[in-house]
Unconditional design. Sequence first.
Length: 397
Amino acid sequence: MGVQRLGEDWFIRTEEERAHVMALRDRAAEFAKRAPVHDEEASFPHENIDELRNLGYTRWTVPKEFGGEEISLYEMLLCQEGLARADGSTALAIGWHVGMILNLRASGAFPQALFAEVCTTAVEHGALINSCASEPATGSPSRGGRPETTAVPVDGGYEVTGRKTFSTLSPALDWILITAGIAGSNTIGEFLVRGQDVKIVETWNTMGMRATGSHDIVLDHVFVPADRLVDTLEPGDKSRRNLDGGGWMLHIPACYLGVALGARDFALEYAATYQPNSLPHPIAQVPHVEAKLGEMELKLLTARTLMYDLAQRWDEASPEVRRQLRPQMGAVKMVATNTALEVVDLAMRVVGARSLWRDLPLERMYRDVRAGLHNPPMEDVVLQSLARTVLVARRNN
């Protein structure tokens, strides 16, 4: 569709980026057809994930030394945005894998041998990884709660027991990074667990993003070898994964802006082609509709420019400067998710009452973008971080 190419071309910089975006678009067209069924059933889109594996998408952020393509953060966002334009759930789910590989690549948080193993399996078998830290009692780990999941030292390693919630991509995970309190100490450990060693409890039945497979996972005395304890944290410590400044987390705003772009595409096509018998022209020429279309473009251009500008800055920055960009990365997420809400709402106003029908995609997109408010970082954390940054800068001047 012409408008889709135009919207993407604005931010595509190289022929390599264009080739990747186009390759994903071919698959995404099929994802869009399946999305209503997976949304209705709250079922996991295994066939979409398999197609992404076959395309090699699981290795695109893997370093070249392990057989990956080592694409930049900027290019990863182009890819994620394009996927979400067709199916938000698939994009958000796979985004945790490609994003986390980029995070581990940039932060060096894993021992080299273990990172090599994860990357090699991603390249050769399409193996997927995600971090699962949220729990029923502690909520988001960003709030500092000690996990109730417990690791008991045993000969050769640890036995880990507990339950994690919001475990996105859980039906397809081969590797899971688990946080657990180490018994007999205040220390929290990060353990790399095999997906086959956990039990999935299908609890994910939500209003939006219904096909992300964000079920609970249960660990029942799962043995983890000592060399798969990848980090230990004392109270108040941050994981080594934080050393990259959080650039990889931009896969979240890219996803929600992609959903908003999909809503914009639908509303624009509808407005350009729908002509009620009361008008001599399509509704796109009605002043208040034209104004809403313009408002959508303005909001999308503003949010996307912020996101891609900061992604490029992150790509080009030193590790030290990247760490300083964390508040700005949070700002991107906050702006993008709120923009997505506003754009989808405007799209529904353009289409009118028909936008509420279940056989059209807008009502699903409306539900999906609501989920962005509950992905990290939360708005209060973003605002606090930005405020503290400028206050420190003031004191230092």
